[in-house]
Design a protein around this ligand. Structure first.
Ligand code: 5GP
Length: 197
């Protein structure tokens, strides 16, 4: 493994502290309301679970899943919310905003449903990669353009369960030797699991 191929960019303690702050902000801003938190699956699930427990309001939690297609980043709703969003104060919970295409389309789709309001809380903002300007009312951290993993974010479906957030500085190293990353991030139990022991 080449040194520095993977770096822990946000620790568990830093994530916890920032999520607490975001929860306090949302609690203050929605005082007297009963918002619906809508998590965009699957990347937001860890963040959402931590965030909603820092919000001291009566609130609902629901999810939707999107499929992306085309180079323009168009999205369809693949799985819709159970709760009707018409007339509700909706807080979209996103893991990361990159080009902004997904969030722009999603906000339009939600606004077309006659929501009372829609705001976004995004844990991570890759601001330098933005193609379309989209409002992010609550943002956890601004990050660079490295590929990020952990705390809900995946690499081909895996690593979502890492407790902290990692940047992959050299994607070729991860592709060539995924076990090296697993051992760095999870510890030696990852090696035992890989060898079937
Ligand atoms: P956008 O439409 O803003 O370009 O795409 C946002 C989506 O891209 C996120 O919800 C996430 O699924 C994916 N994404 C963007 N950057 C990263 C990253 O660094 N790591 C992972 N795992 N997913 C990312």
């Amino acid at each position: 493994m080449s040194a520095g191929a993977f770096i822990e960019v946000v620790s568990e303690a830093q994530l916890h502290q920032r999520v607490q702050q975001l929860g306090a902000e949302i609690t203050a801003d929605y005082e007297g309301e009963e918002p619906v938190f809508v998590g965009v699956l699957k990347g937001s699930m860890v963040f959402l679970a931590d965030l909603v427990r820092q919000v001291d309001l009566t609130a609902e939690v629901d999810f939707l899943a999107l499929t992306r297609f085309g180079k323009e980043g168009r999205v369809n709703i693949a799985m819709d919310t159970e709760v009707s969003l018409a007339g509700r104060h909706v807080v979209v919970v996103e893991d990361i905003v990159d080009t902004g295409l997904t969030l722009t389309t999603l906000r339009r789709l939600l606004e077309a449903r006659g929501v009372a309001s829609v705001r976004t809380v995004a844990l991570l903002d890759k601001a330098t990669r933005r193609i379309v300007d989209v409002p992010i009312e609550y943002r956890g951290f601004e990050v660079g353009d490295e590929f990020l993993l952990g705390y809900g974010l995946d690499w081909s479906g895996t690593y979502r369960n890492l407790r902290s957030l990692w940047a992959v500085m050299d994607v070729a190293v991860l592709t060539g030797d995924p076990l090296a990353f697993a051992v760095t991030a999870y510890g030696s139990s990852a090696r035992a699991a890989d060898s079937g022991q």
